[in-house]
Write a protein that binds this ligand. Structure first.
Ligand SMILES: Cc1cc2nc3c(=O)[nH]c(=O)nc-3n(C[C@H](O)[C@H](O)[C@H](O)COP(=O)(O)OP(=O)(O)OC[C@H]3O[C@@H](n4cnc5c(N)ncnc54)[C@H](O)[C@@H]3O)c2cc1C
Length: 288
């Protein structure tokens, strides 16, 4: 029979890396799998804002490197691949390119990139649509770009971009007060450009207008990345958990942005992970 892990963790963002380290330090044999490699969203950050004390003054990649060191020093085995299905029973089958078997599973798969829901959106991915201000902002030095989304982190991205590009338009009621940033209320209803993105059509109060832009940074419509999980969810599709991170399925735990009610901060992802890591290790020890 193939190896049975005590705990398999799906996702190696801050929640997954911390949960893996905590479970391993509690005595569990742990594998942590990510479809992109360790890091999650934070690999796209420059300096972390509103950072928890242990990440103060660090960039996203620096902090991820520290979390990865802690996990591997605790004995966590890192795996690479996309998990596409989970089957429960006496043990869990974690199915992707390879199948792993585990006594307990922690889902820490975060949120997927959102979409505007426009038919032509796919065509401009990497051709003017970007989800990473720090990585792609410098490509648009001196040019006009658009950010859409009025959540706090979208506003933060607009600030980052303001230091790298010519001007930033935020499609929202308000925007950071910076000389090259303006707010434009409205809704994007179309994208155009023959050779990469060149403009957007905005609808406002029944009127439409075209806005020239070299790039669009969308931070809207992000959804819990847990389509492969069968357990109780909230209306947004996030996994409902108890105080220790346990979902409605026995031996299945969730931590970080993927769980219902997550405030979408690194500090809370780490705090969730502490609880879920301990609880999953205890579950595995009780079911050996
Ligand atoms: C633009 C932006 C800026 C932000 N800035 C800050 C900030 O300055 N300070 C702060 O506190 N918070 C910030 N946040 C929020 C913070 O990044 C998140 O709360 C945090 O990253 C959540 O961690 P997580 O581990 O739950 O998820 P993530 O960091 O999203 O990690 C999830 C991981 O799961 C992997 N994964 C997903 N599905 C699968 C699958 N099926 N199989 C295998 N692997 C999978 C992904 O590849 C990813 O690596 C920001 C968010 C955004 C969008």
């Amino acid at each position: 029979m193939s190896e049975v892990w005590d705990v398999v963790v799906i996702g190696a963002g801050p929640a997954g890396l911390r949960a893996s380290a905590v479970a391993a330090k509690a005595g569990a044999r742990v594998m942590c799998i990510d479809k992109l490699g360790p890091g999650g969203l934070m690999m796209n950050f420059g300096e972390i804002h509103d950072a928890p004390p242990e990440a103060a003054g660090q960039t996203g990649p620096d902090f991820i490197a520290a979390l990865l060191d802690q996990a591997t020093e605790a004995g966590v085995e890192m795996g690479f691949g996309e998990v596409t299905a989970l089957n429960g029973g006496a043990t869990w089958s974690v199915i992707g390119d390879e199948t792993q078997t585990a006594r307990a599973v922690i889902v820490a798969s975060g949120l997927s990139h959102g979409t505007l829901g426009l038919p032509e959106e796919e065509r401009y991915q990497g051709q003017g649509i970007s989800h990473c201000a720090v990585c792609d902002g410098p490509l648009y030095a001196g040019q006009s770009v658009v950010v859409v989304g009025d959540q706090g982190w979208a506003v933060q991205e607009a600030r980052e971009l303001a230091g790298m590009v010519g001007s930033v338009t935020v499609i929202a009621d308000s925007a950071p007060s910076l000389p090259n940033v303006t707010a434009m209320p409205g809704r994007i209803i179309a994208l155009d450009g023959d050779n990469g993105l060149q403009g957007l059509v905005i609808e406002r109060g029944g009127q439409t207008m075209r806005l020239e832009t070299s790039a669009l940074f969308p931070y809207v419509g992000r959804k819990p990345a847990c389509g492969f999980v069968e357990a109780e969810r909230d209306a947004a599709g996030a996994l409902v958990v108890g105080a220790d991170g346990a979902t409605s399925a026995p031996g299945l735990f969730a931590a970080g942005d993927v769980r219902a009610g997550a405030p979408e901060t690194i500090a809370q992802a780490l705090a969730d992970a502490e609880k879920a890591g301990k609880a999953a290790a205890a579950w595995a020890a009780a079911h050996r």
